[in-house]
Design a protein around this ligand. Sequence first.
Ligand code: AHR
Length: 634
Amino acid sequence: FNVKVNAPSATIEPTMWGVFFEDINLGADGGIYAELVKNRSFEFYKPMMGWTVRQKHFTEGAVLVTNRKAENTANPRYIQVTVNNAAKGDLGLVNEGFRGMGIKKDLRYDFSVMYHLPQSGIQLHVELVDSLGNILGGTSVTPAPTGEGWQKAVASFTANATVLKATMRIWFEGNGIIDMDMISLFPADTWKNRPGGMRADMVQMLADMKPGFIRFPGGCIVEGFDLSTRYQWKKTIGPIEERQLIINRWNAEFAHRPTPDYFQTFGLGFFEYFQLAEDIGAAPLPILNCGMACQFNSAEVVPLKEIDPYVQDALDLIEFANGDTSSTWGSVRAYMGHPASFNLTMMGVGNENWGPQYLERLKVFTAAIKAKYPKIKIVNSSGTDPDGERFDLLNTELRSMHADIIDEHYYRKPEWFFANARRYDNYPRNSSKIFGGEYAAQSDHTVSVNNKNCWLTALSEAAFMTGLERNADVVSMASYAPLFAHVDGWQWTPDLIWVNNLQSYGTPDYYVQKLYALNKGTNAVPLTMNDEVVAGQDSLYATAAIDATTHELIVKLVNASDKLQSNTLMLEGVKKLAATAKLTVLQSDDLFSVNTFETPTKVAPQEREMVVKGKQIIVSTAPYSFTVLRVKIL
Ligand code: AHR
């Protein structure tokens, strides 16, 4: 290989490798959002979903769901419990958690409830219980009378055991009538120990990748299966009890459960998404509904003459993220605890939308956003069929409209990823940038239980990504999708990171993404074999970059053959190199190797050093391997 180290070509944007977040597969509720109580405000499609009533005798009381829709449209339902001379153990409520509750020994748990209690006389006994009935910890709460209004009661306790699938029980003791809403339980070990925050292990997996951007909140949930279930960011901010939940679009055709119990409570809302982006050093990339519901479902559109509120949402979001604290929406951000700007530089209009209806709506959004915020880059959607005519037509149209960034999605077989390592070599330069917004190699058909994140899928993505890096002047961003999946609650495979109620592990695909993101560099440099880019010759794929800030050369090599290959890198335009280089290698002889909860790092990076003499580096690449070499340029 010839590497022209002193001929930096494409600039690799700091945003190049990012993450795509969607509340699919229990990604948010039941996943990264650490709330343990399912249906805490009784607003699910069936009010008592997730709850069961435990009652010894009919005389000990009654449980009633009350709906005050006229008074509180965002959170109309609450539960009323009438307690008649009940002793602990007579009358209770049990919450099953999302797929059970993951409980950790010696960790503090914070219980809270909004309640209305005209007169004292009731005591609540809160307990965590395992499947055998063992008590894992608990506390008692004696709520003070509230008078007319509602108050919040809080209590904490420490768990005495680690259990993957516990439940929470509340026993009622005494006499009286209590109204309850927002019944909540959070572990204390949330990310940055924020009360009501996110699961730290899951956020850490993202932070470890040092992603350049985070796209949120999806995906199809942006669109909704009809417009009434589209994502509306304004309903996801402010006090959590005022955030109006909606059914999750992923209850639709892919749901494996007989009852639709997957909702978006928006405890993780747009403020928290921006905060998460800031925490992990990623540029925020919100995607907004463009006035069209999911075209795979309903194809419902808002008439153009009624599109203004949708466009206003986009303008207001920019003000919410960046506006001065004296502005209407900037003041809301400040009130929520973040007076400083969230530095929003880009936003998406539409997800996987197409056709003339999309273009008409996109034009209205673009004109309004650019008129008020000319510096904001707009991500345009180009659908899911990367080889299709519709896709080409749309891309041509978008280019003629001078789209800033075009979002391409590809869920294809590993063969497609290997074959498309040159996909962007001939894309127009000096035109719209490309965002590989969702991609994942499919070992079987999408959503199948056999569709595994195996070493073959990861290796094919690593090969494809050499082409993204080489064409960084065209491709400014890329992200694997979907990001998270709960092992007991998924709707889609494959997924980058798998979790249960207590643990998370990265797939081989995760480690590929992480290695690219951690070894990004600032500029691609030419790497050729016989004057050609290396994209499949002898099943090798390669790319090179320099990091101008650390003065390093970074070479990525994919050996997709079943043979050990010796690769000689002839470096041009460099005087001297450090005496050692660092090699990070992902490898497995078995293309169908997978990581699991039991063997989470079966396919994971191994690091070693190698001696470098002169300006010629010989790197042996093992069969089926992805190697990253870093060496200091002196
Ligand atoms: O990543 C899963 C889904 O795939 C996304 O929600 C959608 O944009 C795409 O079709």
